[in-house]
Design a binder for this molecule. Structure first.
Ligand SMILES: [Zn+2]
Ligand SMILES: [Zn+2]
Length: 325
């Protein structure tokens, strides 16, 4: 019985998006405006002042594209290989993956650039002895990754990685078991070229990773399989790239969703925590915070007594879920 440990290494959608200098200047200005003379009188008071600031004000939401690591005891599960997997590699090097003793299942939602662009720069994949299982319902994942690393686009071909990579095709396997008590099931999303959501279950705890999904038909009948898939999740990582007005007006068929749709689904499926993910690269941290406030207000209007928690996913975030006693 182990905790489910979730580490978010890349939360941005569509393209890696470094924080701009004007944005950093705004953060500095706003911090200075809030500080009193007592807050900045010595190192200690400065440390206290900085650490008391909200995470997004003293740091950044982050600009790396999709990569999520879920550790359950001895099992490492990686999801997608966007630019965030370069950041993940840095955290893995001091452990078994730096010595050629690492093992991981690597699940892929789909192969749009923002979800695989970091793979050729993921250091541990070059180290002999490391073992990876690339798992997804995409039957030709191997061919796609080979094409992605054609010499015209990257000097090292996919077949030249030093580690061992096996492929597991889940297209005929709705639920995949890892070890004795980790179960991963999948659901196809409406997204250009299709993407796949994953539901990870261990000892009564559930994490759902659902990105790059659009919900155009929100009738009960159309949403029933989605609600079943999300049912009772302790943590739902959800594609909320757009604000609701974007999603219904200009950006129909772009393959993404909004926080309001996420809240409706989370309420119906009795989700405990909704983490807004795949942030729009056009949105600054200030915009994302405003969107979060709108989402929380929407929840209050819809169900004032709801205990659903809503938050913004950010690069470097760590969430641990302990198994039911
Ligand atoms: Zn994407
Ligand atoms: Zn996509």
């Amino acid at each position: 019985m182990a905790d489910i440990e979730v580490r978010l290494h890349g939360v941005r959608g569509s393209i890696p998006t470094p924080t701009s200098s004007p944005e950093i200047e705004d953060k500095i200005r706003s911090a200075l405006e809030k500080a009193t003379p007592a807050d900045i009188q010595d190192d200690e008071s400065i440390d206290r002042f900085v650490s008391a600031m909200p995470k997004v004000e003293r740091g950044c939401i982050g600009g790396n594209s999709t990569c999520v690591q879920i550790t359950i005891g001895e099992h490492e599960l990686f999801f997608d290989a966007g630019s965030g997997c370069f950041a993940m590699a840095k955290t893995l090097f001091p452990g078994p993956f730096g010595k050629g003793q690492g093992k991981a299942h690597w699940f892929f939602t789909h192969t749009h650039h923002d979800h695989i662009v970091g793979l050729p720069m993921f250091g541990p994949i070059y180290i002999p002895g490391n073992q990876f299982k690339f798992v997804s319902p995409i039957s030709n994942l191997y061919e796609r990754l080979v094409r992605f690393q054609h010499f015209d686009f990257f000097p090292v071909p996919f077949d030249s990685f030093g580690s061992t990579i096996d492929f597991v095709d889940l297209s005929q396997t709705p639920t995949y078991q890892i070890g004795e008590d980790v179960f991963v099931s999948w659901l196809a999303n409406d997204h250009p070229g299709t993407s796949f959501s994953y539901r990870i279950e261990h000892q009564g705890k559930v994490v759902v990773f659902s990105t790059d999904a659009e919900y155009k038909d929100i009738s009960f009948q159309a949403m029933a399989p989605v609600m079943e898939f999300f049912r009772g999740a302790d943590l739902l990582i959800f594609d909320a790239q757009y604000v609701f007005t974007d999603a219904v007006q200009m950006k129909r068929d772009w393959g993404h969703s909004s926080s309001f749709v996420g809240i409706d689904l989370a309420l119906d499926a009795e989700v405990k925590e909704l983490l807004l993910f795949h942030h729009d690269p056009m949105h600054t941290d200030a915009t994302l915070l405003k969107n979060l406030q709108q989402a929380r207000q929407y929840l209050k209007n819809m169900e004032p007594d709801s205990t659903l928690e809503i938050d913004l996913a950010y690069d470097g975030q760590y969430i641990a879920l302990s198994p039911n006693p």
